[in-house]
Design a protein around this ligand. Sequence first.
Ligand code: G6P
Length: 607
Amino acid sequence: MCGIVGYTGAERAQGILIEGLTRLEYRGYDSAGVAIQEGGALEVVCRKGKVGELSRTLEDFDLKGTCGIGHTRWATHGKPSEANAHPHTSCAGDIAIVHNGIIENFAELRDELMARGHSFASDTDTEVVAHLVEEAYDGDLRAAVADATARLVGAYGLAVVCDREPGTIIVTRKDSPIVVGRGAEGSYVASDMIAMIDATRDVVVLADGQTARLTAEGIEYFDEAGEPIEPTVTHVDWDIDMAEKGGHPDFMLKEIYEQPRVIRDTLAGRLVSGALAIDELDMTPEELDLVDRVYVIACGTSYHAGLIAKNLIEAWARIPCEVEVASEFRYRNPIITPTTLVVAVSQSGETADTLAAIRDARVKGAKVFGITNVVGSPVARESDGVIYTKANKEIAVASTKSFLGQVASLTLLALLLAQAKGGLTTAQIRLLFSELADTAEQVEAILEDTAAIDEAALACKDATSALFIGRGMGAAISYEGALKLKEISYLHAEAYAAGEMKHGPIALIDEGFPVIAIATKSPVYDKIVSNLQESKARGAMIVAVATEGDEDIRKHADHVIYIPKVRDAFSAITASVPLQLFARAVAVARGCDVDQPRNLAKSVTVE
Ligand code: G6P
């Protein structure tokens, strides 16, 4: 995720763009840049690092132009660097663009453009758009952008300027947010209205395929066919704090609601001609086929994503998979051979124990794949290959959207291994991939109605302890559910594989003791129902996460949270979401600071 801004009007653009970018820094901050129309030409200034770095540089430039675009980047294609920072320009340097999203067919477009003589200055997917607009430009920037975007596969929010059309910015979007607004001093565009909230509270949220032409005098809107349209203006009365959180009361909730996008972005471009493609891993199918043991190493929530992956890797690829917390792995002597694959999972990409475990594994000869959310992070740099989770910057300490991004990425890895090992046929992989993609919509459906979750949370808020249970995939899900609850609500929570109940945890249960059960339809559904009956008989208050349409479960549970029916393999994605919302609702009811729980840090860079 990146942040884009644009301004054209009576004021100098430089300060307005910097202010807007600073507000959008939550979307990424590995590099930033602006392109400002200055005396008939485009002045492009980019810097690696945060917006502050760019701001200091621009003080020396002191640009007077009143029309420009800006960008703060969260790297997806190409490492964080000045060359990869936006805006990107055409060969002639007369067209500049900023982009938020992922162009899936960029490699093919770049080859095509290079064959026609274009030269590229960056490794980004974005730069192809500048060259496509350059080729299409024939005196009408709006038409050129329309021609260029017709060639794109993927997601984009774009703002484009051209020195031959002074004072004009063209913006358009597909599956990436663009908000446009008209203030007293000019016209504004941004990825998020927070960037323009001081100038206007009346905004137009551009729909997919729509385009806007911004000038100092006003804004015109066009539909996909290029016909002028009347936009729907939305008035927002959020204060700055609310606006930063997208209208949500805290970042955790905002991030929970971003999860459908994370799933979509993580999967974008991964199925090419019916086959799984993760080129960044840089291993041939033959090398992958030789893998005979997988270790997933991670800490905290990332470790739980690993537990889910174990189920999938073993089921589909039939490779033994062990999951270990990095702080244990690094201090024992695990069995590692050249055919061992170590998968290091880390949201921040800088957790000290995970890094130490990576180094150790490589010394012992293992190939290491990193799965991280931060491009260019130590985990990314020190691994042989890396998959980025595309969750984008996560602010709440308790991980939610990164977790779902990790699970989706690990699911892709499991499919890739199964493809290499022949554990699944091409048709099976295609079907599984399409069902995995469907989880984005299923999560959306869960997020639409949270009444049952809130009700269950209120019933549990005064408890002193809670037990999460599940079997198979449900056990892995319950570990993460318990962690979420304890870290943000300070309510003691434990998770157990439900089959272990009789070996200890059942002794905890007395009248009103909360038992949260993952009771979705799965091969072990009947077994978990038995566990519920045993718990109920001892007075437990049962909250069941169950499959839509399962009326029977009501007999065994005090509160039922229904989620859409999915294949058991994907239940971690859907069932984890209500547990995140449940933990947050309990924490809010207990008056806790859900974004910054006591004693915890987002990155743990020391042992
Ligand atoms: C901290 C964070 C957790 C995270 C864990 C591992 O404890 O609070 O949310 O799961 O570190 O971090 P990593 O960045 O390696 O995923």
